[in-house]
Every structure is written in structure tokens, then in C-alpha cells.
Ligand binder design. Structure first.
Ligand code: BV8
Ligand code: ZN
Length: 243
């Protein structure tokens, strides 16, 4: 399953970076965005994950995020999340970069996580930018309101919005400096996150994708391992530990 070259690179790597997408949470029961049971199938991104949609119909957008939040409260991290939390302790420099907003890497024990697209458990006031944890807001009406009177929104990055500056800078730096880059469970369609594996490859890293199918970047990287991340990542850890 794993090439000798990949395992050798990983065994000797000082700096490893990993990009995850919705696929790593699929085995926890969180629908992906573009799969057959994808979240986007019921709604289209343009309708929901953008600020105009929120301004036009904050109630609908909140209904969708509350539906996703409730779902996320009911699921647990899977062996793929736990494997990445363990990998963090196996390399001198390990950078976990996620597009996911589901908080499952944190629940699984990963300490350092670059959240490119925010976190669905956090809320932000559109007027004063005050951050509220999920438990700090009540939904008297269907749209929570800040103490300043401004509407609150989920603290996630919507389409057309800039990613947090520090997050994207750190992510690109990790991609440029790592010796091995793993792209796990992402269709590699959403920019600028999808450029990270390409950037890593251009900077000389050995880039490996773990996905149940080939993706938009498969032909540009070193290796595509077809399989479920919840099964592959624990096997990868065992392989690295083998003397
Ligand atoms: C920005 C948070 C610019 C919200 C999300 C035309 C060309 C290129 C780019 C653009 C374009 N038009 C617009 C853009 C920019 C746009 C973009 O990339 N659009 C794409 C769709 C074309 N990007 C943006 O708007 C970004 N901002 O560019 O700002 C700018 C510049 C100047 C000034 C102002 C602005 C912001 C993007 C962030 C959007 N927010 N999420 C929320 O979650 O509600 S994106 C959303 O997609 C999620 O974060 C998700 O993580 C992300 C990526 O999707 P994936 O994670 O890959 O999930 P997906 O379902 O697609 O794939 C799952 C994969 O897992 C599949 O491959 C499947 O095979 C695999 N899988 C399934 N099961 C398993 C598995 N793999 C392993 N094991 C399994 N068990
Ligand atoms: Zn406010």
C-alpha cells in the first residue's frame, strides 16, 4: 500500500505537514460537501456559505449551521483524527492544516491546528467582531444578536471571504518547508487551500494524497493512496514505527 520511498521519506522527515478536508470526518458520520450524501447536495454553497446569503436570509443560514452543529455534537473523532493527533508527537515539526470547521481534530487531541476556514463552534458579531463561544449565545429568536445589537454569524470563512491572514501564511510556510506533505480527504477544489499540496511539491516535498478516489491534484503529486483515511492513517503509523 505504501511505497518504500514514501516510508523512507517519512521515517527520516524532520518536518511534516498535513492538509485535511471533509473526507477525514466522513467516517465519523459528518457528510462531506460534494459527496453523494454531501451537504451541498441539499443546498448550494452560493445559497448558504456566503455573506450575501446571510444578509438576505440570516434565518436560513443559521438553520443550516445549527443543523450541522447538532450533527457535529453527536459524532466522535474517528481513527484518522486520532492517528494525526499521534503523528503530531512523532516528528520534530508537525503542522496540521484543516479546511474543516467541525472541531474534531481538537476533540481527538491534536494540539496545534491551523483552521483555514474557521470553526463552527465559534460565533462572531458582524458589527463589532466580538467572538462568542457556542454556549454563550441563546437563540431567543432564530438569529442570535450581540450585546452591541449586531447580528451574530458562525465564525467560519465563507466563499468570497479572505482566510485568516496568519492561518494562510503559516500554512503556506509549512508547505514550503516540509519534507513530506499529506493531503487527506479533500477534493482539492477550494482555493487557496487546494494550492498547498502543489506549493509543497514545487518546494521539493514528497506529496502523498489519501482519498477514496483520485482528485484534481492526483496527477501533480508523488503518490495517491486510494482508501479511507480512518483505515490508512493508523496503518501508516504502524509502518513508521516498524524498525
Ligand atoms: C477566497 C467554511 C478570495 C464554511 C468553506 C474560481 C476558480 C478558483 C477559485 C475560485 C473561483 N471562484 C471563486 C473562487 C474562490 C473560492 C473557491 O475556491 N471556489 C471553488 C469552489 C471554485 N474560494 C473562496 O471563496 C475562498 N476565499 O478565495 O477569497 C478573496 C480574494 C481577495 C479578496 C477577498 C476574497 C474561501 C473558501 C472557503 C469557503 N468555506 N467552508 C462552511 O464549512 O460552512 S469551503 C468548504 O469546502 C469546507 O471548508 C470544505 O472543507 C472545503 C473543501 O471541501 P473538501 O474539504 O475537500 O470537501 P469535499 O466534500 O469537496 O471533498 C471531500 C473529499 O473527501 C472527497 O475528495 C472524497 O473523495 C474524500 N473522502 C470521502 N470520504 C473519505 C474521503 N477521503 C478519505 N477517507 C474517507 N473516508
Ligand atoms: Zn457586536
Amino acid at each position: 500500500m505504501f511505497s518504500t520511498k514514501f516510508i523512507e521519506k517519512l521515517k527520516h522527515a524532520q518536518k511534516v505537514a498535513v492538509l485535511t478536508g471533509a473526507g477525514i470526518s466522513a467516517e465519523s458520520g459528518v457528510p462531506t460537501f460534494r459527496g453523494e450524501d454531501g451537504l451541498w447536495n441539499k443546498f448550494r454553497p452560493e445559497e448558504l456559505a456566503n455573506f450575501n446569503a446571510f444578509q438576505k436570509n440570516p434565518k436560513l443560514v443559521w438553520e443550516w449551521y445549527n443543523y450541522r452543529r447538532k450533527l457535529i455534537h453527536e459524532v466522535k473523532p474517528n481513527p484518522g483524527h486520532f492517528a494525526l493527533a499521534e503523528m503530531e508527537q512523532m516528528f520534530p515539526v508537525f503542522t496540521l492544516i484543516t479546511q474543516n470547521v467541525d472541531n474534531l481534530h481538537r476533540v481527538a487531541g491534536s494540539q496545534i491546528i491551523i483552521e483555514l476556514h474557521g470553526n463552527i463552534m465559534r460565533n462572531r458579531c458582524v458589527d463589532c467582531n466580538k467572538i462568542y463561544r457556542e454556549i454563550d449565545i441563546e437563540f431567543e429568536s432564530s438569529v442570535p444578536v450581540c450585546r452591541c445589537g449586531g447580528l451574530m454569524r458562525p465564525d467560519v470563512v465563507w466563499f468570497g471571504e479572505m482566510l485568516p491572514e496568519d492561518a494562510i501564511l503559516c500554512a503556506f510556510q509549512a508547505a514550503q518547508e516540509c519534507e513530506v506533505f499529506l493531503s487527506v480527504g479533500t477534493s482539492a477544489l477550494v482555493q487557496p487551500a487546494a494550492s498547498l499540496p502543489i506549493e509543497a511539491h514545487a518546494s521539493g516535498a514528497f506529496v502523498v494524497e489519501i482519498n477514496v478516489e483520485r482528485t484534481a491534484i492526483s496527477r501533480y503529486i508523488d503518490e495517491s493512496i486510494i482508501g479511507k483515511s480512518g483505515e490508512i492513517l493508523p496503518l501508516l503509523i504502524n509502518k513508521i514505527k516498524e524498525k
